[in-house]
Design a protein around this ligand. Sequence first.
Ligand code: GRF
Length: 192
Amino acid sequence: MRNKTNKIAVMASGKGSNLAVILNAIEKGECAADVEVVICDKPNAGALAIAQDAGVPHVLFMNPKEYNSREAFDVACAEVIQKAGCQLIVLAGYMRILSPAFIQMFPEQIINIHPSLLPAFKGADAVGDALKAGVKVSGCTVHMVSEELDSGKILAQACVPVLEDDDWHSLHARIQEQEHKLYPQVVHQLVL
Ligand code: GRF
């Protein structure tokens, strides 16, 4: 049984809208988590500014190029996360594949949000792949991270229709509306 804490770490590579909604939900008292650490692997990630503006205690750009291997980079991230006392790691648009060593350090403690109804459309372009396949329904999935990509235990899902005239951006925007409702709720449930 793990020692419960509401401190979480968020790892992000992109614009950070999921980080922003988690921080908003915390601010509004709708999510009991405490974002203690935000790690970005891209210097221009919007998530960095969002975290700084919200006063997250540890906001770090970690540069993968400064490490000899994927594992060395991941271990450095893990040390920051452990030192800060976080026991839940929330991937929010984090575009690096985590090494098995990192995943084994945090069993059942890493979650991800993926823009499809898993197990459909695993991988880097779930939105494009759903459009290509011509599905009429897609959505998002919050899942535990396991060593196999996009394959861990499914925690929650929400669906959206795929419309005839959808392009990547319109479908992704509709999926993100659902992500923004679902992710703060799941984080809240996990830190309770
Ligand atoms: C989301 O669509 C999520 O499903 C995927 O990456 C995107 C991140 O968006 N894993 P944002 O950076 O949180 O806006």
